[in-house]
Design a protein around this ligand. Structure first.
Ligand SMILES: [Mg+2]
Length: 458
C-alpha cells in the first residue's frame, strides 16, 4: 500500500497553548481483519499533536470523512461542543461509527493538549485495571467439547471472564433441530454458495445482486422468520453448554451471544433451559428496539439478559432501563456516542441497579478509548476483547510505557496523556490495509469544503 509522504503530520509536540489549538486535517488508516474492518482515524492540529480515533468495527471510514468539514479550524479540546454539532449524523450501530470515532480522537487530543490521561477528562479513575472478557470461537469443529477446550485455553492465558456463541448456527447439520418455512434455510445456504462462486469468477454484477438479497435476508427481524428451535434442537443446545461447562467448570463467568433470528418464545425456552448453567448473560437474543419483548424475556427466567452494542445515545438505553427490560447494558462506545456519552450511560445504569459490560471488537485505539471509559465508570463488570488470536493486533501501536495492552486478561491504564497510545506503527498498518483502501493516511481534501443544508429545523 502506498503511503502519502506529503502528509502534514509532524513527529514533534509543540503543543503548549491548548486555547490556540486548531484542527488542520483528518485522515484514515482502513485496517482489515483485526479481526474486523477497523478504520483508524487521525486528526492533526496546528501544534503538531495528533488525536487517534476509530470508526466502529465493520463500518466504512466514510462515516468519519463526511464530518471533516465540521471540524477543520476548530479547537479539538471543545469535545462536547463539537460532538453536539455532529451528533445528528449518527444513528444505531455502525452508522454512529464516524461521530463516535471523532469524539474519541478529540478526547485523545484534549488529553494530550492538557497533559492528562483521557480518564481524567471523565472525572478520574475508579480503577487502575479493567477486567477483560474474551470472545471465543470453537474452531472448525463447533462442538460443546471443542468450545470448552477453547475456553479453557483462554483461562490458561489468564482470562477471568469468557463468552461464546450459541444458537441456530450450532444446529446446522442436525436433522430435525430447527423448524422453518420449507426451503427457507436451504435458499440461504444456496445463496451463500452462489456468492462464493460469483466471487471466484469475478462476476461483479451477479455478486452485487446476491449480496443485496443476502442483506435483505439478514435484516428479517426475529418475529418474522418463523424459525423455531425444536425439542431436539433445544436438547442439542443444552448439551453444548453442558459439555463446555463440564470442561471449564463453574468458577468462571460465561456469557453467551448470537442465537440467530428466532422468536421471543424460543428465546424464553432457551433462557429457562440454561438456567442450571449459571450463565453470566444472554446477549442480544432479540432486537434491542423491542422494549416490551425484552421485559417479557427478562421476567421469564432467572438467566440475566443483556443488550446495547447497537444503541446510539443515552435515551434508548434509558427506555430499556426504565422499563426494567435488561439485567445488563452492553454499550460499544463507538456506537453509543463516544467516551463521555458512554460514561453517562454507565452512570445511569448504575443508579438504576443495572449491570454494565462494554462491547469492543476494535483496534488498540478503540480498545484504549473503552479502557479509559471503563476506568472512569463507577461500576463495570468487564470489557470485551475479540482479537486475542490476531498476532499483530498489539503491534499496530506503541503503548506507554511500552507494555502489552491486554496482559493476562487485564488492561492497566497509565498516566500517559490522552488514550496512552504514544505512536501508531505505520509499517504494520500499511501491511494490514483493507483491499479497497486507497492507501495509508492519504489526502482527504475532497472532504474539506463540501456543503449540504443539514439544519434539523427551519
Ligand atoms: Mg454481541
Amino acid at each position: 500500500m502506498p503511503i502519502d509522504t506529503a502528509s502534514p503530520v509532524l513527529d514533534f509536540n509543540t503543543a503548549s497553548k491548548p486555547s490556540a489549538l486548531r484542527i488542520t486535517d483528518l485522515r484514515v488508516a482502513d485496517i482489515a481483519d483485526a479481526p474486523m474492518r477497523c478504520p483508524i482515524i487521525k486528526i492533526s492540529t496546528n501544534q503538531g499533536i495528533e488525536g487517534y480515533g476509530e470508526v466502529r468495527d465493520g463500518a466504512h471510514p466514510l462515516y468519519a470523512l463526511m464530518l471533516k468539514k465540521h471540524l477543520l479550524g476548530e479547537n479539538p479540546c471543545d469535545v462536547d461542543r463539537l460532538f453536539k454539532r455532529i451528533r445528528q449524523f449518527g444513528a444505531p450501530a455502525r452508522q454512529a461509527g464516524g461521530v463516535c470515532g471523532i469524539e474519541v480522537a478529540l478526547m485523545d487530543l484534549a488529553g494530550k493538549a492538557y497533559g492528562v490521561p483521557a480518564y481524567m477528562l471523565l472525572g478520574g479513575k475508579h480503577r487502575d485495571r479493567i477486567r477483560i472478557y474474551c470472545d471465543t470461537d470453537a474452531g472448525e469443529k463447533d462442538t460443546g467439547e471443542a468450545m470448552g477446550k477453547a475456553l479453557k485455553a483462554r483461562m490458561d492465558q489468564g482470562y477471568t471472564f469468557l463468552k461464546m456463541d450459541l444458537g441456530v448456527n450450532q444446529l446446522e447439520g442436525i436433522d430435525g433441530a430447527v423448524s422453518a418455512p420449507l426451503g427457507f434455510i436451504e435458499e440461504q445456504r444456496a445463496r451463500r454458495h452462489a456468492i462464493r462462486e460469483a466471487a471466484v469468477k469475478g462476476d461483479a454484477q451477479t455478486l452485487r445482486y446476491l449480496r443485496h438479497r443476502a442483506y435483505d435476508y439478514e435484516n428479517i427481524p426475529h418475529p418474522q422468520t418463523m424459525i423455531r428451535v425444536t425439542k431436539k434442537g433445544f436438547e442439542a443446545l443444552e448439551a453444548y453448554v453442558e459439555q463446555a461447562r463440564g470442561i471449564i467448570g463453574y468458577d468462571v463467568p460465561l456469557a453467551v451471544d448470537h442465537f440467530g433470528h428466532i422468536c421471543l418464545e424460543d428465546c424464553i425456552q432457551l433462557a429457562r433451559r440454561v438456567e442450571r448453567f449459571s450463565l453470566a448473560w444472554l446477549e442480544d437474543m432479540i432486537p434491542w428496539q423491542y422494549t416490551e419483548q425484552w421485559v417479557q424475556l427478562r421476567r421469564a427466567s432467572t438467566t440475566p439478559v443483556a443488550t446495547g452494542e447497537d444503541i446510539y445515545l443515552k435515551e434508548d438505553f434509558r427506555k430499556l432501563i426504565d422499563a426494567g427490560a435488561v439485567s445488563i447494558i452492553h454499550p460499544d462506545l463507538l456506537s453509543a456516542g463516544g467516551m463521555l456519552e458512554t460514561k453517562r450511560i454507565g452512570d445511569m445504569a448504575s443508579e438504576a441497579g443495572v449491570g454494565v459490560a462494554v462491547h469492543m471488537a476494535e483496534s488498540p485505539v478503540g480498545c484504549m478509548a473503552a479502557a479509559h471509559t471503563c476506568a472512569a465508570m463507577e461500576h463495570v463488570i468487564a470489557l470485551e476483547f475479540h482479537s486475542n488470536d490476531v498476532q499483530w493486533w498489539q503491534d499496530m501501536v506503541e503503548y506507554a510505557p511500552g507494555g502489552r495492552i491486554v496482559d493476562h486478561g487485564w488492561i492497566t491504564v497509565t498516566d500517559a496523556p490522552g488514550l496512552g497510545i504514544t505512536k501508531l506503527n505505520d509499517e504494520i498498518l500499511a501491511a494490514r490495509m483493507s483491499k479497497d483502501s486507497p492507501g495509508l493516511w492519504m489526502s482527504t481534501e475532497e472532504w474539506d469544503d463540501w456543503t449540504s443544508h443539514d439544519r434539523l429545523w427551519s
